[in-house]
Design a protein around this ligand. Sequence first.
Ligand code: MLT
Length: 409
Amino acid sequence: MAQVNENYLKLKAGYLFPEIGRRVKKFCDENPSAKVIRLGIGDVTEPLPPAITAAMHKAVDEMAVRSTFRGYGPEQGYDFLREAIAKHDYNARGVNVVADEVFVSDGSKCDTGNILDIFGSQNVVAVTDPVYPVYVDTNVMAGHTGPADDAGRFGGLVYLPATAANDFTPPLPDRKVDLIYLCYPNNPTGTVATRETLAKWVQYAKANDAIILYDAAYEAYITDPSIPHSIYEIEGGKDVAIEFRSFSKTAGFTGTRCAFTVVPKGLTGTANGTRQSVHALWNRRHTTKFNGVSYVIQRGAEAVYSPEGQKQVREIIAFYLENARLLREGLTKAGVAVYGGVNAPYVWLKTPGNLSSWVFFDKLLTQAHLVGTPGSGFGASGEGYFRLSAFNSRENVEEAVRRFAALSK
Ligand code: MLT
């Protein structure tokens, strides 16, 4: 009889966002006239900018001609894109990343999950709490945890709480851990890590021979010039960290799919007592299980770095950040405690009246026809919090603020 992966049975409910979708669909089916505004999943709403679509159109035309047609590309990504990434995202900030260290992929969600393929099952894994659920769920699927307790914390994982009480700066682990997931600007809290905070993490990783899995998918939203965009801006960062980045939220690629992961050549882990190159293992994994992002999409991603592409992309990011500001200010006026949303497209709020996250979700949906994301869906320490995404039209954001203000207390 075929055995299934029993670790999946430890996962309590469905993945967070489909579960929200299910509840919203039920509400909409039962209330077809309700004008529901969705500020739940962080999915972009603005179309791809013209510099990017022009590059994609050109690439489509190349595919229609025998002499310029391309079949399988390099699994790691075309040189033109890997070089543009190294140059603009790293070298321009004084960080020495070379094109060979960049692996182009179809998403940071996939990469942060798939990365576990190259790590052993004995590692002690630390996550901040609340946290992007993919990090936890993929560790559960891989059998790295015990069952969940009543609060939803999985046995074996080290949870590092990030709440208003510690200004959303999680403590360093109080024991030795081997893998640490960090996400800055943070999903879900919308807060950032200072240079000093990241330096402490790099020091911790060095002292404990740990590897940091650094998710910087929202780095393009950093407005404060003192905040690092990459963990490699911290001295020693390249010795201890893998960095995940995405074109999804930077340039509107959630539907077209393009991201990249940087695995430094000098980064090592151990197997059978000897040091092993993490880069070599990821290269092996990537070339075995992945056939590359399509040529057309990679040409579109390359255009993000052109002068017009940069200008257009910056305008869209500024638009979403203005949405975040309107949400922050509107909710503050309505007496709600809000966090984040300055260097990130997410606003994190304390649920009014100390309602539980899911009770507030239902109240917001049924009374104001607004959809957000319950903080508890991101972890036990997210209970009593709620996330709003700034990815929406201006009209919807303004209407959402009005409805929030009118919500019964
Ligand atoms: C979110 O809403 O947290 C994101 O859209 C999830 C993702 O990027 O996969």
